[in-house]
Design a protein around this ligand. Structure first.
Ligand SMILES: C[S@@+](CC[C@H](N)C(=O)[O-])C[C@H]1O[C@@H](n2cnc3c(N)ncnc32)[C@H](O)[C@@H]1O
Length: 230
């Protein structure tokens, strides 16, 4: 049976000589931070996701936004010109350092960064009109409490926009260290949004990316944007 044919969602793994095995190792994003933006596919992906967010959610100059798992701020930077403030939260100090340099170099006064490891000891505080996240949810072991927390820190009628991989059977990443979900099933994620309290849940394809996969050849992956309202 091919790796792609196996339904292995939610199981961290490594591919080793064609055998799938578990890996619970956390990915070291600090190590990737300096070269994160050198990948044109990643840069385009963030641009496509920002475009989809702007098409689905009315971004206004009075909005306070949380960009969760902001990384080097690829999405943050696209959104910041259209809103009042963005709080960019991440558990990698290396990624946040890269974003802090961008903020300084561009003299931005409406973006602030915070260190937050949400599954560990981190509790997100504040009140926001919009919470966004791009390609971070598959790195979060238990997304249910996170969505509940997001619901509680959204202002009334606040919006959420989460972009992540559709089911990829573990093929998207070169290494699956720190990958807790091999993409998401849209229906099941929509139910999790509902359970957290969100309404008006919608989902669309935000981006497509073609990249080489283990075993040779390349594959197209799709990234959804799921939106909801408090
Ligand atoms: C694949 S990167 C995406 C970065 C950025 N959103 C982008 O689109 O380029 C995932 C990010 O999530 C962060 N992350 C992973 N686990 C986290 C956690 N428990 N709490 C906060 N951030 C986390 C990582 O440090 C990393 O920067």
């Amino acid at each position: 049976m091919s790796i792609a044919a196996l339904n292995i969602q939610r199981q961290p793994y490594v591919v080793n000589a064609g055998i799938i095995s578990m890996s619970l190792k956390k990915r070291d994003f600090d190590q990737d931070a300096a070269s994160w933006d050198d990948n044109p596919g990643r840069v385009k992906l963030a641009k496509d996701i920002a475009k989809a967010i702007a098409e689905e959610i009315n971004l206004t100059p009075s909005m306070d936004v949380l960009d969760f798992g902001c990384g080097t701020g690829l999405l943050t930077m696209h959104l910041q010109p259209f809103v009042r403030t963005i709080t960019a939260a991440d558990s990698s100090r290396g990624m946040l350092d890269v974003l802090n340099t961008k903020i300084k170099d561009r003299n931005l006064t409406n973006v602030k960064t915070i260190f937050l490891d949400i599954g560990k000891d981190g509790i997100m505080e504040g009140s926001f009109h919009l919470i966004t996240s791009s390609m971070t949810f598959h790195h979060i072991k238990d997304i249910r409490p996170v969505l509940k927390q997001f619901y509680s820190i959204l202002l009334p009628a606040g919006k959420i926009g989460i972009a992540d991989l559709d089911i990829d059977n573990g093929l998207f990443h070169e290494s699956n260290d720190g990958v807790f979900h091999f993409g998401f099933d849209r229906n099941s994620l929509s139910n999790t949004f509902k359970e957290a309290g969100f309404r008006d849940i919608k989902c669309r394809t935000a981006a497509q990316i073609t990249k080489p996969v283990h075993g040779g050849g390349s594959r197209e992956f799709t990234i959804f944007l799921m939106t909801g309202c408090k």
